[in-house]
Design a protein around this ligand. Structure first.
Ligand code: ADP
Ligand code: MG
Length: 677
């Protein structure tokens, strides 16, 4: 079996096994699937095809003896000229003085290094006396620790292949291999470790990319199916006519995107399965309005609804806006941590008696003594701010309620179908008509005073401003100091009638809420804050968002912050203060000034920062793939996803013999061990 310990291999003693354990290699299978993390390609190409700044390999004849310059003890520079295709190419080699003795006129040399196409120069990182060895043009490089070398692990992998060759079995059904022209597993493993050429390697990699995505998607889809089937029997028969009338009563017409999302939500409610859906859309795109309609539909079906949000202010704001939308069409109540004593008791008993249709609140909703009479629809806003356990606690207050998660962080499609593969996703990708676009500017540090003047001018017109200062770690004292300094600086700068407030992560949550409330009530006109302000607070009177050290934020985060303004009918502005060093940083600032579409930004962000950073370390929960990269290989991801869907929907794992090995593999997966039979 491939699951045998590596110590079964001759030549692997206890000590070597320990070294391999550092790489998480325990079994023969682990070893065979320990793929190189990169390949160095020493392929000789015509000079004209070499790309500037790429790592390249050239072969040529040394024209004259190398010249050595020595600076300091270990620093040196060796230069010489080689003739390649009749052209003189300059070679530079740093800190390898000893090579002078090996490189002589008329010798043929093979040089690998960084290519400068403008100067026809190569900065050599590897050299070999003699012509290029055509067989060893692709060098697998393994990620290693300790004393382990590439050569040694290659040898070990070779012996594992020799020993277990016949036990490497295929589990992907033939039909996929044929239609996608993928190599069989055995061949692909061999090619990954001993690539004969680029083309073969490319196909072997394609195979593992597909394999990883397919297995992952199958797991997600299976999970989804299991969850769905466990929730059978919750169909909500809401009153379509009443729901439509409710919508007609709104002071606006729904956007097409809102209509579409609503349709998906209502369909879930009517279906016998439990809804497990994510509703995403930029701030202000009208998610709450859609959620309200869902809550109303549940009410007409005789059910109660709950809306949980992360902060008291948000809860209050949602409460106010739902009261306005619902008027007298439902009994709506608010329950937060600051609602206590008699009032709280009243709410709790009214809830149990079904005198309340919709309960809005914070974590207070999931306290043990809060019980619904018949909770049918649960909404969690800013879902990433709650833990899995908290979401489950709310859900468990009802009998198989439909669950809708909302988020204002637009999630790129590639991530949505991986990170949330077991959820359905609805997207509002369109803003209501007539919104004024926020004007975004990028300013250098030395323009700060001008920015402050601008704030002063707008405050004089009765408007308000946020000034955000980055906070990388909540515990980082220095960063809080930044906010405090900025606060003092602004207090001094503005005339006394302009009140400046300060908010940062070190404040207790009651203090934060108090500051936020002062800002919401316009008792404070300029709010200096670390990013704690990110959560969806609505202060329509705020028209200016200044973000200090903007280069330290991700694009999605900047976009979130920007979304704090532009909520009223006045023109709003976002000023990014940044002096980014590199090109990427400049590019990011430019993208911000040019793009107001959150989805576009999140795609860019994903490309620039990679999936691991996208959600932040804390709750990323992203799967790790060995070969596949979900951004780069998103086409394969889509293919694997639709194949997985087809397999699960048609029950092929059980109904079709060709899927036998695939099914076996999934059944061995610990996450399904006691669910599948
Ligand atoms: P989100 O929850 O996505 O941030 P909301 O649902 O709170 O957005 O909507 C933001 C504002 O836009 C609210 O004042 C809401 O009444 C209004 N709104 C929602 N949908 C529309 C629409 N289709 N047309 C005009 N205004 C709308
Ligand atoms: Mg349902």
């Amino acid at each position: 079996m491939l699951d045998e310990s590596i110590t079964e291999l001759t030549g692997i003693g206890e000590k070597y096994a320990e070294e391999l354990a550092l790489l998480n290699i325990y079994t023969i299978r682990d070893l065979l699937e320990y793929f190189p993390y990169r390949y160095d390609v020493f392929e000789i190409k015509p000079l004209i095809e070499l790309i500037h700044e790429d790592k390249v390999t050239i072969e040529g004849t040394v024209i004259h003896e190398p010249r050595l310059q020595v600076y300091g003890r270990k620093k040196s520079r060796l230069t010489f000229t080689v003739e390649v295709e009749g052209v003189a190419v300059k070679a530079v080699m740093f800190n390898r003085a000893f090579a002078k003795k090996q490189i002589h006129s008329d010798a043929t040399v093979t040089l690998t290094g960084k290519w400068d196409a403008h100067r026809l120069q190569i900065t050599v990182s590897n050299y070999k006396i003699g012509p290029a060895n055509q067989d060893a043009t692709i060098q697998p490089m393994y990620s290693l620790r300790g004393k382990l070398t590439n050569a040694r692990i290659r040898k070990t992998i070779q012996s594992a292949m020799d020993y277990k060759w016949n036990e490497i079995t295929e589990f992907i059904p033939e039909r996929y291999l044929t239609s996608y022209k993928l190599p069989e597993r055995k061949t692909a493993i061999k090619t990954m470790h001993f690539p004969p050429n680029r083309i073969a390697l490319k196909h072997a990699r394609r195979r593992f990319i597909f394999e990883e995505f397919l297995l992952f998607q199958l797991k997600m889809q299976l999970l989804r199916k299991i969850n769905r089937e466990a929730s059978i029997g919750n169909a909500q028969s809401y009153d379509e006519k009443e729901v439509e009338q409710f919508i007609q009563g709104f002071p606006f017409t729904l956007t097409n995107a809102q209509r579409k999302s609503l349709k998906e939500i209502l369909k879930d409610m009517k279906s016998p399965y439990r809804m497990n859906r994510l509703l995403q859309g930029d701030v202000g795109s009208g998610k709450t309005a859609v959620a309200a309609i869902g809550l109303y539909a549940a009410k007409t079906a005789g059910k109660q609804g709950a809306l949980m949000v992360p902060t008291e202010i948000l809860a209050e704001q949602h409460y106010e806006s739902l009261l306005e939308l619902f008027k007298d069409k439902a009994n709506i109540a608010l329950l937060t941590g600051s609602i206590k004593g008699k009032r709280r008791k009243e709410i709790i008993s009214a809830l149990e008696e079904h005198k309340i249709d919709i309960l809005i609140g914070t974590h207070a909703l999931i306290q043990e003594d809060v019980n619904f009479s018949d909770l049918g629809f649960v909404i969690v806003d800013e879902q990433h701010r709650f833990g899995v356990e908290q979401r489950r606690m709310l859900r468990d207050k009802g009998l198989k309620p439909d669950v809708l998660f909302m988020t204002a962080t637009p999630i790129p499609r590639t991530l949505a179908i991986t990170a949330f593969g077991d959820m359905d996703v609805s997207t509002i990708n369109e803003m209501p008509k007539g919104r004024k676009e926020i004007e975004t500017y990028w300013a250098k540090d030395n323009m700060f005073e001008r920015v402050l003047r601008m704030i002063e001018k707008h405050v004089a017109l009765g408007e308000q401003a946020y000034v955000i200062c980055p906070l990388i770690e909540e515990s980082d004292k220095l960063d809080i100091q930044d906010a405090v300094d900025l606060y003092e600086q602004l207090t001094e700068f503005f005339p006394p009638e302009v009140k400046v407030g300060l908010m940062h992560g070190r404040l207790k949550s009651a203090e934060k809420e108090e500051v936020m409330k002062q800002f919401a009530d316009n008792e404070v006109q300029v709010l200096v804050s670390t990013t704690v302000v990110e959560v969806g607070v609505n202060v329509p009177n705020a028209t200016i968002m200044v973000i200090y050290d903007a280069e330290r934020f991700g694009l999605s985060q900047l976009h979130q912050l920007r979304g704090r303004v532009g909520r009223g009918d006045k023109q709003s502005y976002c000023i990014l203060i940044a002096d980014p060093k590199g090109e990427v940083g400049k590019e990011r600032m430019k993208i911000m000034t040019e793009t107001s579409n959150g989805f576009e930004l999140s795609e860019q962000d994903l490309k620039l920062r990679g999936p691991g950073d996208f959600f932040g370390k804390k709750q990323s929960g992203m799967p790790e793939f060995k070969v596949a990269d979900m951004v780069h290989d998103f086409k394969a991801l889509e293919t694997a996803r639709s194949d997985a869907q087809e397999i699960i929907e048609n029950n092929l794992l059980y109904a079709d013999e060709e899927y036998y090995y695939l099914r076996q593999l999934l059944e061995k997966d610990p996450s399904f061990a006691n669910i599948l039979d």
